[in-house]
Design a protein around this ligand. Structure first.
Ligand SMILES: Cc1cc2nc3c(=O)[nH]c(=O)nc-3n(C[C@H](O)[C@H](O)[C@H](O)COP(=O)(O)OP(=O)(O)OC[C@H]3O[C@@H](n4cnc5c(N)ncnc54)[C@H](O)[C@@H]3O)c2cc1C
Length: 300
């Protein structure tokens, strides 16, 4: 049974920010107010008595937070944009290949139709699938409150397990990233216990750009293998400045695996996850470099 709470449904963003400011208890969202977007995380949490907010603020009526825009060399998506919106946008395979691939295998269609990108980031889960795909794009999170707006690089947004830099009086208004270079290569792969509606056991996103035969920027992001999604920065650095070869990819994948410290849990052991990081990173880098054909599979 759900506990009792007040339910607010603001008509627009200003109304929502005022309600959030009135109800904010710093660092205590779960006991002050909670935002409701698609409800795919928060409703199951209420049902299992995780958190007991006094006020639920439904963002469902705020259309100004639901958009996909391309302007001034950047792609921006509103916090209330759903995973289906991303999947169905015709330009997304070029604007964010790894995010588009992630959207294909995110939950099942019913959840994708309600689950929002803002909700996926806000929950701070290390298994949030959009986060590795956005980290490799150098995405930024735009937070708004009644005091104004600030942008935080996604790479600096998470501070620990389900901990973020967002204050209780702020909401995620937008996520944005630079349009990838035309010759950028990006891929995402999720390994789970089954193909549909599975919590990620290991998530990997890779992205790199080559110029004159050398890699001039590289990103590798790993999900579900630490307290938060993170970039494998030593592995990235091993790619940059070098010609991408099968040998280099083996070395880079080995670094990503060696530097990881995944834990055992109900879904997999830490040892298994470590091996999967190496295998999937190697496979994605080889496919992105054109050494192997892309298999079009986004999950195993
Ligand atoms: C069957 C099932 C399958 C799933 N499969 C996947 C999967 O494959 N991959 C995956 O990553 N996740 C999965 N999830 C988890 C969930 O669907 C996602 O995390 C989803 O993106 C959450 O978005 P939401 O809009 O439903 O968030 P909600 O449940 O509405 O909210 C989640 C949290 O985010 C906060 N929040 C929401 N919007 C904002 C905002 N704009 N600003 C600040 N805070 C905000 C809320 O207050 C709450 O704390 C699954 C869930 C279910 C039930």
């Amino acid at each position: 049974m759900l506990h009792e709470f007040e339910f607010e449904k603001p008509r627009d963003l200003q109304d929502a920010l005022a309600l959030i400011a009135n109800n904010a208890k710093e660092a205590a969202e779960d006991s002050g107010h909670v935002l409701l977007a698609g409800g795919s995380n928060i409703i199951p949490a209420f049902r299992t008595n995780q958190g007991s907010p006094e006020v639920v603020i439904d963002l469902g009526g705020i259309d100004e937070l639901r958009f996909i825009k391309v302007e001034n060399g950047r792609v921006s998506i509103g916090g209330r944009t759903t995973i289906s919106d991303i999947l169905n946008h015709p330009d997304m395979p070029a604007l964010a290949p790894a995010l588009h691939q992630c959207s294909k295998i995110f939950a099942g269609q019913m959840v994708r139709n309600v689950a929002t990108i803002g909700g996926n980031i806000a929950c701070g889960s290390p298994a949030s699938d959009s986060v590795p795909a956005l980290l490799v794009l150098d995405a930024e999170v735009v937070l708004v409150s009644q005091h104004g707006e600030r942008s935080v690089p996604l790479d600096e947004y998470f501070t620990g397990y389900k901990q973020t830099v967002r204050h209780a009086h702020e909401l995620i208004a937008e996520i944005s990233w630079p349009i990838p270079a035309a010759n950028a290569a990006s891929l995402f792969r999720k390994v789970g216990r089954r193909k549909g509606d599975a919590i990620t056991v290991v998530g990997v996103a890779v992205h790199f750009v080559q110029q004159n035969g050398l890699c001039n920027s590289a990103r590798i992001a790993l999900g579900a293998v630490g307290p938060m999604v993170y970039r494998a920065k030593r592995a990235e650095a091993a790619l940059v400045g070098n010609a991408i070869s099968a040998e280099l990819i083996d070395e880079v994948a080995g670094i990503a695996a060696a530097d990881s410290t995944p834990i055992d849990d109900v879904r997999a052991t830490g040892d298994y996850r470590k091996q999967v990081i190496g295998t999937v990173t190697r496979r994605l880098l080889r496919q992105a470099a054109g050494l192997d054909a892309e298999d079009g599979v986004c999950h195993d």
